[in-house]
Design a protein around this ligand. Sequence first.
Ligand code: ADP
Ligand code: MG
Length: 302
Amino acid sequence: MKILDVKGLTKTFGTFKALDGVDFEVRKGEVFGFIGPNGAGKSTTIRVLLGLLKRDAGTATIFGQDVWTDAVAIHERIAYVPGDVNLWPNLTGGEVIDLFASLQGRLNSKRRDELIAKFDLDPTKKCRTYSKGNRQKIALVAAFASDAELFILDEPTSGLDPLMERIFQECVEEVKAEGKSVLLSSHILSEVERLCDRVGIIRQGVIVEVGTLAELRHLTRTKFVVQLNTPADGLGDLVGVYELNRIDDSWSFQVDSEKLGAVISYLSPFGIRKLESAPPTLEDLFMQHYGDEVGASLEGDS
Ligand code: ADP
Ligand code: MG
């Protein structure tokens, strides 16, 4: 069942086409990763979905209702967390959580208190004193304490430390287990891998790939550095191995994610003394498949 359905979504700012026929859907009970570099059109799409921006063309529905004309009804059933949370400086964190919650569905106050403890938040402080990370936490607590059926999260973990990122991931897993749906945007592929059932990759206002991570594995390569006891001379001839470099007993290369198992099996008789790997990045994927420039700061933090 489709919770969110976007077809042919187009949005221009002046002469600039920020969205050029965006298509995707979010199904009930799934976490959908909306992945793309900075400036690709993620937030623009989300602002259209929230009824904050009017689309130029295409259709966009949530719960079968139009995101523009039925925005009020839709908002009672969704929770939204932006990447850069601005709060009311003179309210305390706790007051803002309750205010947010009153705007988006009902608040479960027991759950709110659990989340405040989990995110290690002091709700009595005035918002003006909160760091960026703490402001994110306020919005996350308000969202996950609501009874929303769809969570729209636009780079929600920017500013969170790794421990808090883990807690965020647990929250997403919990709402998913309750059958709720999540649209989670990010510019970092590895960040959403753990959570997402399917991902859509957006580039320059166009969705270029949609599928499960398993289906997209053929697009990604993992980087390796291995140290071997004896030289693995045939390594460069294996299917799916690229950019092989050898310095003494240290071999660096990339492997198609699909061929990982085969390459590791091939290497093991040569005696692996050390193995380091780096997960595929969006930057590499774009470079391999779309010829995007290296160092175009696709994965740059903003
Ligand atoms: P993302 O969230 O993927 O980083 P955005 O959706 O924020 O990207 O932006 C997509 C593109 O649209 C960018 O080039 C951005 O500069 C442009 N853009 C976004 N909002 C506006 C606006 N209100 N006016 C003009 N250009 C905009
Ligand atoms: Mg954005």
